[in-house]
Design a protein around this ligand. Structure first.
Ligand code: SAM
Length: 403
């Protein structure tokens, strides 16, 4: 039976968060009712990863599935492609190199957000004379698919005939490049803690006033084994240690790898190698929420109105890739990747006499590359099949040995 109630996140807002509008509250209340209905059906509780899945992706109600603004200054967070097209222009150079080795092919973007990366990548690849035959987008959210359509129609209308939205993984035989920026951090994660009695899993239940998390015997397949493997590799966790595991990334990678005949996956996200992720000092895990540019750690409040994320354990991504038949082609920081792809030469092309655009560009470079901004927190991992040449994005610094 449930035990160890933890903090009740649902009643009031942490004082620093802005109050949602009445319409937003109403929206969130609908999602709360829907989650409560599922709780009732499943004996009063659900593992945390299911709560996160519903909060983010419940059809028509979840944070990503419904119409909230999300991206950009007016939303909850800003991603690298939204900061500047420099990000896409560098990535395009890496894609060009890969498509050249493959003598052509397709591009697949998974989790395309507003579609801005798709538009900028296509435009840059056109300028580089290396357009993919088709640009596939695999996106869970119908609302975001609509936005991607609008963005592409506005910014790259003449290339729209190459763009195809997929409902599922591509057909087997895919040859080309798969790109996903900030996809892995948006996958539902399972929570665990170490109690005197052993490993426990995080569950969510309704307290009478709101959702609350508590710990109990694990039920999620693979959780016990994954924690045991971490402890075998890194040493035992102290009693009270809490963290998360993305147990869904393995099957996602496996299923994608099965479709790739030849090509590379470029996955960009914030995260660490396992030894850093599960460092004894990171004893409360990495779960984080974003609501109107405020970051906080209360995932059970405001369901449907806020983003919930966890950092990425890149060691487990590399291992899952290997198990799925993909070779690790490189792992580095976002700053080194962008520089390896020629960020500095792109900057030189900008006219310093056009002061305003030059300053905007310099500010973007700072945000994308400074260690205190996105430069070191964000990493890029490349996994390949049938790719012989080294990849330019990892030419300056390859940290694969740390995984
Ligand atoms: C944090 S956003 C990043 C969006 C965009 N890549 C960017 O950098 O601005 C995560 C995106 O991944 C999508 N997503 C999450 N899980 C997915 C999955 N399994 N398959 C396809 N899309 C997914 C979300 O709907 C959303 O568009």
């Amino acid at each position: 039976m449930p035990n160890n109630p933890q903090q009740n996140h649902s009643v009031g807002l942490p004082t620093e968060l802005p109050e949602p509008t009445p319409e937003a509250r109403e929206h969130s209340n609908c999602l709360i009712e829907s989650i409560r209905a599922e709780l009732t059906q499943s004996g009063g509780r659900m593992p945390f990863d299911r709560f996160m899945e519903l909060a983010l992706y419940a059809p028509g109600l979840g944070y990503y599935s419904a119409g909230a603004r999300k991206f950009g200054e007016a939303g909850d967070f800003v991603t690298a492609p939204e900061i500047s097209s420099l990000f896409a222009r560098c990535l395009a150079r890496q894609c060009r190199e890969l498509l050249a080795e493959l003598a052509g092919g397709d591009l697949l973007e998974v989790g395309a957000g507003t579609g801005v990366l798709a538009a900028d990548l296509l435009l840059e690849l056109e300028a580089l004379q290396m357009l993919p035959e088709r640009y596939f987008i695999l996106e869970l959210s119908p609302d975001l698919q609509q936005r991607q359509h609008e963005t592409l129609a506005l910014r790259a209308a003449h290339l729209m005939d190459r763009v195809q939205w997929l409902d599922a993984m591509p057909e087997p035989g895919f040859s080309g490049v798969v790109v996903a920026n900030e996809l892995l951090d948006a996958m539902p994660v399972s929570c665990f803690t170490v109690a005197e009695s052993g490993v426990q899993e995080g569950f969510v239940r309704w307290s009478g006033e709101g959702f609350e998390r508590y710990w109990d015997e694990p039920v999620t397949p693979g959780l016990m084994q994954a924690v045991a493997a971490l402890q075998a590799a890194l040493g035992p966790f102290a009693v009270g240690y809490e963290s998360e595991l993305n147990l869904r990334a393995d099957s996602w990678l496996r299923s994608l790898a099965q479709r790739v005949e030849r090509g590379a996956l470029l996955l960009i996200d914030y995260g660490y190698p396992a030894a850093e992720y599960y460092h004894p000092q990171r004893s409360m895990g990495t779960l984080m929420c974003h609501y109107r540019h405020r970051a906080h750690d209360a995932p059970l409040i405001l369901p449907g109105l806020q983003d919930i994320t966890a950092h990425v354990d890149f060691s487990s991504i590399a291992r899952a890739g290997r198990d799925a038949g993909l070779e690790l082609k490189g792992y580095t920081t976002q700053a080194h990747f962008l520089l390896g792809c020629g960020l500095d030469s792109l900057l030189m092309e900008s006219d310093p006499n056009e002061i305003e655009s030059h300053i905007t560009l310099m500010q973007a470079v700072k945000r994308l590359t400074m260690p205190t901004e996105m430069g070191e927190r964000f990493k890029v991992i490349a996994l390949g099949k049938g790719i012989e040449s080294p990849l330019m994005g990892f030419s300056l610094r390859d940290l694969s040995g740390r995984l």
